[in-house]
Write a new protein. Structure first.
Length: 249
């Protein structure tokens, strides 16, 4: 579904990603761990095609097609959707109007869909204006519910979300991507790349693999729960030391 090969990215002349290689198969959920400033959000933004992220070398393939130079709208049409960590406020545009555009003429009951994640009362409000952290996350998920992408880029779904909202956010994500905890058939599952600091989202998703990104580079990969346990007990420094030792061999 997604293949990233030796990706190098810079913003305003500053290199953020260095030789990043990641693969996510069809129906897989991959987790991306890493400390603040590691380049995780930059990676998701680059995959989505945000223009200020300049690819200096490397390739991005989606569904077998080279999208390295594809514009953001083409990537969206191909089936990539994103939940941003800090989406902008859009004063003067109602959430309902945005959802109607995003539905691409698909017949949907927006009120019923919004009600399912407690967002019905926000449909006629300006997008994200005055929303709490949890409400912004649910707004993003509501938009993804309408878009129905094949590949989900989720940037810290736990960020700014209280425990009550976290259950709703986590369960909604599980249903959207039809994760193994929600769907037995792999053919029904969507693919996802999920950034997490706390690992709390793993209470709701049965992830297939995980990567650790530090200093703009993939340091290691493996079982998500095992890596999370090591991060909690040893921190990211141990992963960096391990990578340096392997490099020096």
């Amino acid at each position: 579904m997604l293949q990233i090969e030796d990706l190098n990215v810079e913003v305003a002349g500053r290199q953020l990603l260095k030789n990043v290689t990641i693969e996510v198969e069809t129906g897989e959920t991959a987790i991306l761990f890493g400390p603040n400033g590691a380049g995780k959000s930059a990676l998701l933004s680059t995959i989505m095609g945000f223009s200020n992220y300049k690819i200096t070398s490397g390739k991005i393939f989606f569904k077998g097609k080279d999208i390295t130079d594809a514009p953001i709208n083409e990537r969206a049409k191909m089936g990539i959707g994103i939940m941003s960590q800090r989406p902008p406020n859009i004063a003067g545009v109602k959430l309902r109007n945005l959802l109607e555009v995003e539905s691409h003429k698909t017949i949907l009951n927006l009120d019923e869909l919004a009600r399912s994640i407690d967002m019905e009362r926000f449909l006629d409000r300006d997008i994200n204006v005055g929303f709490s952290g949890g409400e912004i996350k649910r707004s993003e998920l509501l938009q993804l519910s309408v878009q129905r992408p094949d590949f989900y880029l989720l940037d810290e779904p736990e960020s700014g979300v209280d425990p009550v909202n976290m259950a709703q956010v986590g369960n909604t994500i599980r249903k959207l991507i039809c994760n193994k905890k929600a769907c037995q058939s792999k053919a029904e599952r969507k693919s996802a790349l999920v950034i997490t600091h706390t690992g709390e989202i793993l209470d709701y998703l049965d992830a297939d693999k995980a990567y650790i990104l530090c200093n703009g580079t993939v340091m290691c990969s493996g079982n998500p729960n095992r890596l999370l346990k090591e991060i909690k007990t040893q921190g990211y420094e141990e992963c960096i030391r391990c990578k340096l030792n392997i490099t020096q061999l």
